[in-house]
Design a protein. Structure first.
Length: 536
């Protein structure tokens, strides 16, 4: 037994170390921001002792995929994440980061979850952004990826054209600079402009920079329905050719893909892994898929920014031309299946959040496609904040993914708070309850994987993908990021109508050794920090 005196001892919990080992009863002693000892600490000195008998003690959950780049600047407390045991978030996904930018005005253009009247934050470079983030009291640790869309915009501005080779070189320099300033990886969102028009020639040189610095390349692939095999094949070919490690983000195929798409995709992944490509993937733990409503607009309709878009949306002929778009991101839209699509986020039509597009269209007595245009117009300059969600993933695909060892579980959401400037925002249906949704539905009820394996998918697996060595496992000398929960009562409480609802069953949360949830209640502690790569 250690002779030290401890700041906190968690007594008699069932300790799951995060590596997939089954739980075993032990005490955990914390000193400062580290785990000092795991074992029997019955007689040790400690400033605080918490009896956690009968509860699971796990490494804090690591969310490998979020879009909290701006919301953490607005309110760093990350209530929605802390309440479900998340202790680290990885932002800058799907090609969207909020740095580097050329002009401060570009922050508003790039930022998902932007709040107009929020504190005036100024940064241009990636380093300045990380400094700004670090100055906030943070409820979670944050690692940040640099996004291709943002890099493209920094070099090309609002021009809707693809880069010439010299411009790609400039982009590679910006990726390199961001990585040297602490970016933990590089991401693309190939379903959104400019990713949607970019070819591997545009992306691979940027992946090579990630490869050179051993940073992860995370991609939201080009297509997950009709051309899913082109989308996943392109991701693996680009990573193989660039020599980088690859994370395929939210891998589930969508409505419109053939029934065997998931199985075929996993075959491609496994063949590539067998031949040495370091590729893994992650899933959102439910069958709802969310995105920007703006994603239905073809490139020509985006030209000239918001003012021009508004003019086009008012024009009947333009509307008809947009309706003919064969690839409005979701085939549900192309097939006009409006009863599977729900409004998720809006500033101007808060009352309609949670309603189906088929129902809203009926209420207003208009065609549902025109309703979409009307909602964009009503949102005005904030049209990029308009989100919808659709019931377009398959449960069978999700379960098949979860059966694979290399499948991490993610939120794809925004860190929010149900009060203050972020009160009305919804990042995704499960934004307030993705970890309990996974543990309750897929571990407890469906028994797809064991509890120890379920914990691994949100702890040591994402830490290892990220290259973080001192988190994700409960072991002496690791950082004391810890969540204590009740395996039998843990559950989410969100619904499609009311997604802003905290989960049940999370008892205690520690971030860097200090307690942010105590007996189910949030403390005032915000002890997160910015994790700058390379990691020690
Ligand atoms: Zn994405």
């Amino acid at each position: 037994m250690s002779k030290n005196s401890f700041d906190t001892v968690l007594e008699n919990g069932t300790v799951y170390d995060g590596t997939g080992n089954p739980g075993s009863v032990a005490d955990i002693g914390i000193v400062g921001d580290r785990i000092e000892h795991i074992g029997n600490l019955k007689d040790a000195d400690s400033a605080q002792r918490i009896n956690v008998q009968g509860l699971a003690v796990s490494p804090g959950f690591i969310d490998l995929h979020t879009h909290s780049d701006f919301t953490l600047i607005v309110d760093g407390s990350a209530e929605s994440q802390v309440h479900q045991g998340v202790t680290t978030e990885v932002i800058g996904q799907c090609g969207h980061s909020v740095a580097p930018v050329c002009h401060h005005d570009d922050i508003a253009k790039r930022a998902i979850g932007y709040v107009g009247d929020s504190k005036d934050k100024r940064w241009k470079s990636f380093a300045e952004y990380l400094d700004t983030l670090e100055a906030e009291p943070l409820g979670v640790n944050v690692a940040a990826f640099v996004g291709h869309g943002t890099i493209h915009h920094a070099v090309m501005g609002d021009d809707l054209r693809l880069p010439e080779p010299e411009e790609v070189d400039q982009m590679a320099l910006l990726v390199e600079q961001s990585i040297e300033e602490g970016a933990a990886g590089f991401s693309t969102g190939l379903e959104y402009w400019p990713g949607s028009q970019s070819t591997p020639d545009h992306i691979e040189p940027l992946c090579q920079v990630a490869a050179k610095h051993d940073r992860l390349y995370a991609t939201h692939v080009r297509n997950r329905d009709r051309y899913y095999d082109l989308g996943f094949g392109e991701a693996m070919a680009t990573a193989r050719s660039a020599g980088c490690r690859l994370q395929i983000s939210h891998i589930q195929p969508k409505y419109g893909a053939p029934d065997y798409a998931m199985e075929h995709t996993l075959e491609m992944v496994h063949t590539n892994r067998g031949y040495g490509l370091d590729v893994a993937f992650d899933v959102i733990p439910h069958d709802w898929n969310h995105t920007l409503i703006m994603a239905i607009l073809p490139k020509w309709a985006l030209e000239g920014g918001v003012e021009k878009i508004i003019e086009r949306l008012k024009d009947k002929a333009c509307r008809e031309r947009i309706k003919k778009n064969r690839n409005p991101m979701w085939l549900l839209v192309a097939d006009r299946i409006w009863d599977k699509i729900v409004l998720l986020n809006s500033i101007e039509n808060v009352d309609l959040i949670g309603e189906k597009f088929s129902d809203i269209a009926r209420m207003r007595g208009i065609d549902a496609y025109d309703l979409v245009f009307d909602l964009l117009l009503e949102e005005g300059a904030a049209m990029y904040q308009l989100l919808w969600t659709s019931n377009s993933f398959s449960q069978a695909d999700l379960q098949l993914c979860l059966e694979q060892n290399e499948c991490a579980v993610i939120s794809d959401t925004l860190a929010l708070a149900p009060y203050g400037p972020l009160e009305k925002k919804v990042g995704s249906l499960s934004g307030y309850g993705w970890t309990p949704e996974f543990l309750n539905k897929y571990v407890n009820e469906k028994k797809i994987i064991s509890i120890e394996e379920g914990i691994r998918r949100m702890t040591s697996l994402p830490a290892q993908r990220l290259g973080v060595k001192d988190r994700g496992i409960l072991k002496e000398n690791m950082k004391a990021d810890i969540v204590v929960f009740d395996t039998s009562s843990i559950r989410s409480t969100w619904t499609v109508k009311e997604p802003r609802s905290y989960p049940k069953g999370i008892e205690h949360v520690f971030v860097n050794g200090r307690q942010s949830i105590s007996a189910g209640k949030r403390t005032r502690v915000n002890n997160g920090t910015v994790l700058r790569a390379p990691f020690a």
